[in-house]
Write a protein that binds this ligand. Structure first.
Ligand code: AMP
Length: 456
């Protein structure tokens, strides 16, 4: 995880919480924590676009625990002070565990409510009243309907992973639960995406919220099997074809997404792939919005196997079965790498991300590795391996970034609306030693003359 330049000590969190953080070994807040904690301590409502792995649990748990340690209140029969809704039992467990760890030196009562197990122990826990209840919507509603829980004095209402809750069909349940909460309360909504339904939910349930957006961080990248191929610029197309050839044998009917730095690069590569018999098309800044939408629809429906895109056009590519992302060109901004490879391995599926790195892109690869705090495994098992580029990467020699191309390099770092943004996120040094040879998604492929007939 990339950390901010703040330290926890600088945040006005009470001593018992600071002590637990020290014990846990946390010194610096993650970007979402640095942005959200001050907002929540002020008592503002919040909409945060952030994924699991960004440290969002502590972002809301620490201010709540601070509140409980500074203003302890007696629990009352069946009452709940702070309510967290989560889509799954697993997430409920993780959230409750985080409260326990961060609140080790705070006196409070926490409980969980979720389906698939006996109601009895949950009813017993609710009876005495809770400071924090972490609940899945379905079971909570059942228990509410039976009169086992009183939400009339809830101070804080948190919707965690709101997009997943909507996907899982919990919208009605959430609305019913919300209708039982006092109007005067503090509401927080966390979601990995800001789909229109989520924005609508935010509008109806939140009061003039602060908005925070955090780009997927390095942890997202960890779910994707990454590799880098050092190739000469002129050999990139040949390597691309070889990679697709090996893939069409391994994984038919799965989608590939290729990123280029320039609009022309995207157009030319898509044309070349079409000539080779692939169902490919491109989206880039020179295409109108409606033309992009049409192409995206064809891709979503599976009428296209391959989409070639520039970063600017890649926003909104939320297609489920992309199993290969290729960085035909490395992005100018390292954040874009994480954003790009996050297009694969969505919804728990597996995904590969292969990057092509020519000698003039070594500086770009280094900055990616610094951002994700690890080196990308090298795939040398192909016909176009450029040993000199790899050695340049492994050396300590200073290399310049290539000049900015036409289409690429979109920034996607953490941003908070309304200014007051703490200074950028200090990056942990990392990257460093490249593993020589092997590793990664090395497919054992050689060009073949196998004819393709993929309905161009
Ligand atoms: P989350 O996004 O809340 O699921 O957190 C992801 C992981 O990051 C969890 O394992 C946390 O324990 C860890 N974590 C959260 N905040 C920090 C921090 N400030 N420093 C180090 N690790 C953290």
């Amino acid at each position: 995880m990339i950390m901010s330049e703040l330290t926890f000590e600088q945040l006005p969190l009470s001593a018992p919480i600071q002590r637990a953080l020290i014990e846990k070994g946390y010194t610096t807040p993650s970007p979402i924590q640095a942005l959200a904690i001050p907002v929540l301590l002020e008592g503002r409502d919040l909409v945060a676009c952030a994924q699991t792995g960004t440290g969002k649990t502590a972002a809301f748990a620490l201010p709540l625990l601070h509140n409980m340690s500074e203003r302890p209140r007696k629990t009352f029969r069946r009452g709940v002070r702070h309510l967290v809704l989560t889509p799954t039992r697993e997430l409920a467990g993780q959230v409750a565990e985080s409260f326990k760890v961060y609140g080790k030196y705070v006196s409070f009562r926490a409980g969980m409510v979720y389906g698939g197990v006996s109601e009895k122990p949950q009813i017993k826990e609710l009876f005495l009243g809770l400071d924090v209840l972490v609940a899945c919507p379905g079971r909570l509603l059942d228990l509410m309907n039976q009169g086992h829980v009183d939400l009339s004095q809830v101070e804080t209402f948190i919707l965690d992973e709101a997009d997943r809750m909507l996907d899982m069909g919990f919208i009605r349940d959430i609305q019913k639960i919300e209708s039982k909460l006092p109007k005067q309360r503090h509401t927080l909504l966390f979601s990995a995406t800001m789909a229109p339904e989520i924005a609508k939910l935010g509008q109806t349930m939140l009061n003039n919220p602060e908005e925070i957006r955090i780009a997927p961080q390095g942890t997202t990248a960890e779910k994707v099997e990454q590799s880098v191929c050092f190739v000469d610029k002129k050999a990139k197309q040949s390597r691309m074809l070889q990679l697709l050839e090996s893939r069409s044998k391994d994984q038919p009917n799965e989608l590939s997404l290729i990123f280029t730095r320039t609009k022309h690069g995207a157009k030319n590569l898509a044309r070349k792939l079409e000539q080779e018999g692939y169902k490919a098309d491109s989206i880039h800044g020179n295409k109108s919005q409606s033309a992009r939408e049409k192409t995206l629809d064809r891709y979503r429906r599976g009428d296209l196997d391959i989409l070639v895109a520039t970063d600017v056009a890649s926003r909104g590519i939320d297609v489920k079965n992309i199993t290969l992302v290729v960085n035909f060109d490395l992005p100018m901004e390292p954040d874009a790498y994480v954003h790009r490879i996050g297009r694969t391995a969505r919804a728990g599926e597996s995904g590969h991300a292969v990057s092509f790195c020519s000698a003039d892109e070594v500086a770009l690869l280094r900055q990616v590795e610094k951002l994700i705090s690890k080196s990308v495994p090298v795939d040398t098992d192909h016909d176009y391996h450029d040993q000199a580029a790899m050695e340049l990467h492994q050396s300590n020699r200073h290399v310049k970034k290539p000049p900015q191309g036409g289409g690429g390099g979109q920034r996607s770092g953490g941003q908070r609306s309304g200014g007051n943004r703490p200074r950028g996120s200090g990056q942990r040094p990392g990257g460093g030693g490249q593993r020589p040879g092997g590793g990664g998604g090395g497919r054992n492929s050689r060009p073949s003359n196998r004819s393709r007939n993929r309905g161009a």
